[in-house]
Design a protein around this ligand. Sequence first.
Ligand code: ZN
Length: 293
Amino acid sequence: MKDYLLKALAYNNSVRIYAVSCKDALNFIGKRFGYYPSALAAVGRTMACGIMIGSMLKLEETVTVRVDGDGPIGSIVIDANAHGEVRAFSSNPYCHFEYHDLKKLNVAMTVGTNGFIRVIKDLKLKEPFSGSTPIISGELGEDFAYYFAVSEQVPSVVSLGVLVNEENVAIEAGGFIIQLLPNTSDEVISDLENLVTTLPSMTNLLSDGITLEGITKLIDPYSRILETMDVNYQCRCSKDRFARGLLTIGPSELHEIVEEGNGAHLTCEFCREEYQFTNDEIENIYKQSITKE
Ligand code: ZN
C-alpha cells in the first residue's frame, strides 16, 4: 500500500480525524542514511505527526516540526506541507534502544525526556507562527497531544507508531490524530474519553494490519471520509539553493575556501544528494558576497 493520508469527520461533525501511513517516505531516509531501529522509529513518529500537521495547512503554507530532546538522536526536523510532501532529518541516525523486558523499541530513550517540541508554521504572513511545549514523555504521541492542548488549545488524541524489522526497515509507520472541534458537546467528550481508554495504540493497529479507513471506523462507525491524499518524500534541495546557502556564510569564510583551492563538496542533510562546487564556482560566490556587502 502506497503512503497516504486521510481526513475524516466523526461524532456528528464535532470531531476531526487525521490518519497517515508513511512507511515508504520513512524507508527512503532509513536506507539512504542507514538508520538504526529506534532512531528510525523516533523519526518515523515525528514524520507521521508532521505530515498530519502539514495537512491542516492551506495551499502554499508549510510547517517545520522540531523535536529537540536530550537523547542521543539529537534534533529531529520534519518539513511538511498541505500536499502530503515531507522531508526529515535527525542529528544522529545511529542510536538504538529497546525496552529489554518488552522487546519494544525505546523511543523515549532515543529522543530523551527533557527538551522541547517546536512547531513553526509559515502561513505566508509577515511573521511565522511558532509554538513550543516541553517534552513530557519522549514517546512523542503524548508529547504532541500536549503540544496541541497547550500551544494551540485544541484537545487532541495523538497516536504514532513505527514497526521495524530485523533488517532495520520499517514494515509499518503512521499515526492518527483525533481533534475536538469547537463547541463539542459534553456527551461527545465523554464518549471520546471512554473510547480512548479502549482504542489500541497505532503500533498495535498497524501490527494487526488495520487500514487507515479501518481506524476511522474504530473511532466512529459513522465517520465520514472527507479527503485522501498521497504522501511523498520530497526534498526541494538544488545546487542553486546550496549556492545561496554558501553566500550566507560570508566573504571571509568563502575567501578561505577559495584559498584552499579544493572547491566544496556539500551533502543535503535531508536526502543525501551531493553537490560539488569547483573552485571557480566558489570564487564567483565569493565575488557576489563582496558586492553584497
Ligand atoms: Zn535534499
